[in-house]
Write a protein that binds this ligand. Structure first.
Ligand code: NAP
Ligand code: ZN
Length: 347
């Protein structure tokens, strides 16, 4: 057991505040990670504030974890003390269902054990990355290259894989005209990957001030969706749309921008459902699909791709004490483009 400092929320309406606990024992297959950086995902806010329902408290958020291994269990094969290590949104799964056997653990039939806001197989609550330490089974830990700027690597563990996975699954690349909706943590990674895969990328944003950044990130075009003329002009233009919008919005106005046979993949999870009009999909045989993070194997593939292509997240590094202010800025769509907590600021 390792004495751990963290920030936690005690209820849906309380701010994040200091919280101490002991990690679980390092079991034979576990590694102890001294956390260095932890990304701030909009999902942390949704869950801290119980916007999706089912949250339990105290909650230590954080599922974009980067650190160094300081202890390994007797049976650990693939990691040694001193190695960099990444942890994403889940730390265990049933390991026997078809999804787990296909290394798509995120779709485990029996439900994954979440990195936080979850109960592990021993019946204990899980606490996430806004903390100095975490103990994780090595099978759910990722290898990270020493060649990348480490603060920019942490967000790859959720924002990175959540955008990489659907772009790969729908085979997006050269010859595809695609749109990324919402230029936040997920959106900016979607732009980097889609551009790197060779697609023609348009950012659809509500924030006119993000245009120059979008182009620097690799987008070819930028459109402000709050101007009614924009959506009219873009009707039927895209082969594929990746929507990262975190708040209530009208799906139909984006579905209308797809070509015949086009697909819109939703990764953003607004707290309330949206009505989809049948006419938005039948007329042009359009598809509306969803995608959730990615499996361990694909997350490793994504991290290796990033090391090879020098891709990291664009981040604002903050101290732990700035976290409540950071949450407010994320909600105002004012993050450029991911907050990352320097965990040393907790010590
Ligand atoms: P974020 O950094 O806050 O980005 C969301 C972006 O959506 C904002 O920056 C803004 O971009 C746009 N937006 C916000 N409100 C909007 C509105 N009312 N209408 C249109 N656009 C709006 O959040 P994030 O961390 O990238 O996460 C995005 C969503 O994905 C969250 O709901 C999160 O829970 C979810 N998520 C899902 C998965 C998954 O596995 N599927 C994984 C991680 C996160 P502009 O300023 O450019 O308009
Ligand atoms: Zn996330």
């Amino acid at each position: 057991m390792t004495a751990t400092k963290s920030y936690a929320v005690q209820s849906a309406t309380s701010p994040l505040a200091p919280f101490s606990y002991n990690t679980k024992e390092v079991g034979p297959n576990d590694v102890l990670i001294d956390i260095m950086y932890s990304g701030v995902c909009h999902s942390d806010i949704h869950q801290a504030r119980n916007e999706w329902g089912g949250s339990s408290y105290p909650m230590v958020p954080g599922h974009e974890i980067l650190g160094r291994i300081s202890k390994v269990g007797d049976k650990v094969k693939n990691f040694s003390v001193g190695n960099l290590a990444g942890v994403g949104c889940f730390i265990d799964s049933c390991r026997t269902c078809p999804s787990c056997l296909a290394s798509e653990e995120q779709y485990c039939d029996n439900g994954t054990v979440g990195t936080y806001n979850s109960i592990d197989k021993q019946g204990n609550p899980t606490y996430g990355g806004y903390a100095t330490h975490i103990v994780v089974d090595e099978n759910y830990v990722l290898h990270v290259s020493e060649k990348l700027a480490l603060e920019g690597v942490a967000p790859l563990l959720c924002a990175g894989i959540t955008t990489y996975s659907p772009l790969k699954y729908w085979k997006i690349g050269k010859g595809h005209n695609i749109a990324i909706v919402g230029l936040g943590g997920l959106g900016h990674m979607g732009v980097k990957f889609a551009a790197s895969f060779g697609a023609e990328v348009t950012v659809l944003s509500t924030s006119a001030s993000k245009e120059q950044d979008a182009l620097k990130l690799g987008a070819h075009h930028f459109e402000v969706t709050t101007q009614p003329e924009t959506l009219k002009k873009l009707k039927g233009k895209f082969d594929f749309i990746l929507s990262t919008i975190s708040a209530q919005h009208d799906y139909n106005q984006y579905l209308d921008l797809l070509k015949v046979n086009g697909t819109m993949v939703v990764v953003g999870v607004p707290p309330t459902p949206s009505v989809v009009n049948a006419f938005s999909i039948i007329g042009k045989r359009r598809s509306l699909a969803g995608s959730m993070i990615g499996g361990i194997k694909e997350t490793q593939e994504m991290l290796d791709y990033c090391a090879e292509h020098q891709i990291v997240s664009d981040v604002e590094v903050i101290k732990m004490s700035q976290i409540n202010e950071a949450y407010e800025r994320v909600i105002k769509s004012d993050v450029r483009y991911r907050f990352v907590i320097e965990i040393a600021s907790l010590l």
